[in-house]
Write a protein that binds this ligand. Structure first.
Ligand code: GDP
Ligand code: MG
Length: 461
């Protein structure tokens, strides 16, 4: 079928920002609004994502004038919400970000925080358009909360003048902070050019104020910027979100299908640490819809699923699959030419990564949870002119320490493992201590950089 403006897929949205700014709460709030509303209903929890049908979004968004002028021409909003994965921008589909748009949450009482900056860097790197939710407006002194998911401006009008003053002062401060790192921002109702200026939307996940505004913007932004990108395609596009061991199923992969249709029995290829993995889909699984949550047997089985959706795939041989990479379907596993093509395609991103590894084998060891975060780390090290001897994705094992320890004789300060968002096995930690290998761990990239930079300063002296 031809790609047309009449057939768009759901935009994929991710939420990011500093810890405790209210990311989870905002999601809960939008979810609950609609769940309470049986008519709009149909919100479904997917694997690693929440699916908000367009009718539910429309109902909220049209509470605002701007929302009445929009087209509601996508099937839903698909919000990525895999717990623990705060850096979704790192997940890619065909080289660009998996997320079509992002919500960057900032606590209006705190302004910019370290992880806000990190999130912005990731968004910049992937060129992902985003809006900023200035959350927790209800925490301003004397705020008079307005009920029923009140749109922000209507609520502001009801506030006493000293509250409005505080509000505009805080908005101004945040705008200044964002300007300092190169972003022009405006309260969305004053934003004349969404291509050049980032919209700010004041919200409260507790009172629900600003939720209609947020949903309206999530509809408006893709319409202005992304229609081309959202045209439905028959070409299968899927990204591996997570690799997980599930009792009774073995190692499974959670994916987001962003294009095409996937079937049970399809032969798929995914990036593996030791090379491409070819396997056959044993089961295509999704959670039960809300009301069937209590049903035993955890997952619903499907014969086929169309984009965009979050799906769990059960198949053999997925143990070494790499999160944050693309999944491809092989039409004919006996066609060696096709196999070779798919193999190259699927491993492309990984190959690029491998080229940052120093040929002479001199350098530090880098380990991360996803390909995207690994890439961000490598970029940083490149800018600091620190060579990389080896990379890995997943937990730090003893053998990683052994590899890093070979550097002890060549360049002692490089006998180092930078481990981002991955666990370090007990034996690995013990071995590192006895051998003198440094392991730096953090789940915020900047913390890792800071630790490592401080260490390099120390050893240089
Ligand atoms: P996350 O770490 O960004 O996912 O933050 P959470 O959603 O877990 O929220 C962190 C804390 O802030 C929780 O105690 C929330 O109840 C609280 N919180 C979140 N949003 C708001 C808000 O809009 N107003 C107020 N007063 N508290 C909020
Ligand atoms: Mg959270």
């Amino acid at each position: 079928a031809a790609r047309t403006r009449d057939h768009l897929r759901s935009p994929i949205i991710c939420i990011l920002g500093h810890v405790d700014t209210g990311k989870t709460k905002i999601l809960d709030r939008i979810r609950r609004t609609n769940v309470q509303d049986a008519e709009a209903g149909g919100i479904t929890q997917q694997i690693g994502a929440t699916y908000f049908p367009i009718e539910a979004v429309k109902k909220e968004a049209t509470k605002i004038e701007e929302g009445k002028k929009l087209l509601y021409n996508v099937p839903s909003l698909l919000i990525i919400d895999t717990p623990g994965h705060e850096s979704f921008t790192n997940l890619r589909s065909r080289g660009s970000s998996l997320c079509d748009i992002a919500i960057l949450v900032v606590d209006i009482m705190h302004g910019l925080e370290p992880q806000t900056r990190e999130s912005i860097d990731l968004l910049k790197m992937r060129k992902t358009p985003f809006i900023v939710a200035l959350n927790k407006i209800d925490r301003m002194y004397d705020w008079k909360a307005q009920p029923h998911n009140c749109p922000t401006r209507a609520s502001l009008e009801k506030q006493p003048s000293h509250v409005r003053e505080e509000f505009f002062r805080r908005v101004k401060e945040t705008k200044l902070q964002l300007a300092e790192i190169g972003f022009n921002t405006e309260l969305y109702w004053e934003n004349k050019d969404v291509r050049k200026t980032v919209s700010l939307v004041p919200t409260s996940a507790i009172t629900g104020e600003g939720m209609p505004d947020l949903l309206m913007l999530l509809m408006a932004l893709p319409q202005r910027l992304l229609t081309e990108r959202l045209m439905f395609t028959d070409v299968l596009e899927a990204t591996v979100l997570e690799v997980k061991v599930i009792e009774g199923l073995g190692t499974t992969i959670d994916i987001v299908l962003t294009g095409g249709t996937i079937h049970e029995g399809d032969t798929i290829m995914v990036v593996g640490l030791d090379g491409p993995i070819v396997t056959t889909i044993r089961a295509l699984l999704t959670p039960h819809p809300m009301k069937e949550m209590r049903v035993k047997g955890q997952y619903l089985h499907h014969k086929q699923i169309k984009a965009a959706q979050g799906i769990k795939i059960s198949a053999d041989g997925l143990e070494k699959a790499v999160a944050g990479t693309q999944l491809m379907v092989v039409e004919d596993a006996n066609d060696e030419e096709e196999m070779e093509y798919v193999r190259e395609e699927v491993m492309k991103d990984f190959q690029t990564i491998l080229t940052s590894v120093d040929r002479s084998g001199l350098g530090v060891y880098v380990q991360a949870s996803t390909l995207g975060s690994l890439e961000a780390l490598l970029e940083y090290l490149r800018s600091e002119k620190i060579p990389v001897a080896g990379i890995n994705i997943g937990p730090v094992h003893k053998r990683d320490v052994t590899k890093a320890s070979t550097m002890l004789e060549r360049r002692k300060e490089y006998a180092t493992i930078l481990a981002f968002d991955v666990p370090v096995e007990k034996e690995a930690r013990e071995l590192a201590e006895s051998e003198g290998v440094q392991i730096f761990t953090a789940d915020i990239i900047y913390h890792l950089f800071d630790q490592f930079t401080a260490y390099m300063e120390r050893v240089k002296k």
